[in-house]
Ligand binder design. Structure first.
Ligand code: FE
Length: 363
C-alpha cells in the first residue's frame, strides 16, 4: 500500500463502518449501509450499536510482537473474558489524537467493569517509529491504557487496517464485533461496549466476570449488593475531622495520596479469608478471594468487592500516567490500578495496607 495513500486516509475524517477483516477504504462512507448487521448507525445520534452477530463474528487476530507501554505484554488469551477496544493510531495523526479523550473516557468508566483498551501504535512517519518518541507522546497525551508499538505493521496487517484511526471492539470471547474507521461515533462505541459487557459469556473466565452495578461476586462470601444498597451514601468530612479519626500515617496516605513503603504494610502477605474494608469509613472494598501475590510488597487484588465501591481517577503526578483508586464512599486514596493483573480481569489493584481494615471471616 502506498504511503501517500495512507497519509491521505489519515488526514480525512473518515466515518465508515464495516466488519470484513479486509474492508474497502471509503473516505465518505454512507452512515449505515456499510454495517453488516444493518442495525444502528455510525453516527452519534443514538440507537443500538451495530454489532456483528456473535455466531458469525471472526476471532480477532493476535497482537504481534512489539514494545508495550503502560503494561506488561498482553495477549488476547490473557484478556479472554474481557471486552477489548483495539485502537490503531499514530501520534502525529491529528484525527487519531482527536479520538484519544473518548478512548480515555471509556477506559476510565468501564475498566473496572470488564473493559480493556489497547492502543496499537502503527507509525506513519519515521519519527513515529522511535520508541522514546512514542513513550513521550503517550505520556504527554495522557494515554493511560496499554499501548503496543507496531513498527512493522504486523498487527495492522493482521487486522486488515487501511486508515488511521481505526477502532475494533472485541467481545469477551475474543471475537471482532465492531469496527469504525475515523473520528466520531463515540456514543455508538460506548453503546457497543456496554452491550458486549452485558452479554453472557460462558468461557472458562466467566466464573467471576462482573458487569458493574449488577455485580454479585461472592468470592468473599458477602452479600455485596445488599451492603451497597444500604450504605452507599457519600461521606464528606473536612481535613480536620479526618485528622481526628485517622492515624498520621493513614491521613498521609488516604487524604494526602501518600504511599506506604513496599513490604512494610500489614496485609501484603495476609492470606486469611475475609473482607478488606476502607480504614476511614468501613466501606467494603475488596474480598480475600480476589487477592493474589503480586510480589510488589503491597496488597494486590484483581477486582474490587463491587465495581461501584471504588472510583478510578487519572493521576499524572510524578511524571507518570496512572489510574488512582479511591473509596467510592469517602473518597480516600487507596492506591492505583494497573492493567497487568491475572485472569479473569487482567487488572492489579495495588493498594496500601494502611488504607484497609481486614475483617476475618468466621470459618
Ligand atoms: Fe472510605
Amino acid at each position: 500500500m502506498a504511503r501517500t495513500f495512507l497519509l491521505t486516509a489519515c488526514a480525512a475524517a473518515l466515518a465508515a463502518v464495516a466488519f470484513a477483516v479486509t474492508p474497502a477504504l471509503r473516505r465518505h462512507a454512507p452512515p449505515a449501509a456499510s454495517s453488516s448487521t444493518g442495525a444502528g448507525s455510525s453516527s452519534d445520534s443514538g440507537g443500538r450499536a451495530p454489532l456483528l452477530d456473535a455466531k458469525t463474528a471472526a476471532p480477532a487476530p493476535a497482537f504481534a510482537a512489539g514494545n508495550w507501554i503502560n503494561s506488561e505484554p498482553l495477549t488476547l488469551d490473557s484478556l479472554r473474558g474481557r471486552v477489548v477496544v483495539v485502537d490503531f493510531w499514530t501520534f502525529a495523526c491529528f484525527n487519531c489524537r482527536n479520538t484519544l479523550p473518548a478512548l480515555e473516557r471509556l477506559n476510565a468508566t468501564y475498566s473496572a467493569k470488564g473493559l480493556t483498551v489497547v492502543g496499537v501504535h502503527t507509525p506513519e512517519l519515521e519519527r513515529e517509529r522511535v520508541f522514546e518518541n512514542v513513550r513521550r507522546e503517550v505520556a504527554s497525551l495522557g494515554v493511560g491504557y496499554p499501548v503496543l508499538t507496531d513498527n512493522d505493521y504486523a498487527t495492522w496487517n493482521a487486522y486488515g487496517v487501511e486508515a488511521w484511526p481505526t477502532v475494533f471492539i472485541l467481545d469477551r470471547a475474543g471475537r471482532v464485533r465492531y469496527k469504525h474507521v475515523g473520528e466520531g461515533a463515540y456514543d455508538e462505541q460506548e453503546r457497543a461496549v456496554k452491550a458486549l459487557l452485558a452479554e453472557d459469556y460462558k468461557g472458562d473466565a466467566d466464573k467471576t466476570q462482573t458487569n458493574g452495578a449488577t455485580n454479585t461476586n461472592t468470592s468473599g462470601g458477602v452479600k455485596m449488593n445488599e451492603k451497597a444498597a444500604e450504605s452507599h451514601e457519600k461521606i464528606v468530612k473536612s481535613d480536620e475531622e479526618w485528622r481526628k479519626e485517622l492515624t498520621p500515617e493513614q491521613f498521609h496516605v488516604m487524604r494526602e495520596k501518600g504511599t506506604e513503603r513496599a513490604f512494610t504494610g500489614a496485609y501484603y502477605a495476609n492470606h486469611e479469608t475475609g473482607e478488606y474494608l476502607c480504614a476511614a469509613c468501613g466501606y467494603e472494598l475488596f474480598a480475600s478471594g480476589a487477592k493474589f501475590d503480586s510480589g510488589t510488597g503491597w496488597p494486590s487484588f484483581y477486582e474490587p468487592a463491587a465495581a461501584d465501591h471504588v472510583e478510578t481517577v487519572r493521576d499524572t503526578s510524578y511524571g507518570m500516567v496512572r489510574t488512582e483508586v479511591r473509596c467510592a464512599r469517602c473518597g480516600a486514596h487507596l492506591g492505583h490500578v494497573f492493567p497487568d493483573g491475572p485472569r479473569p480481569t487482567g487488572l492489579r489493584y495495588c493498594i496500601n495496607s494502611v488504607s484497609l481494615k481486614f475483617v476475618k471471616k468466621d470459618q
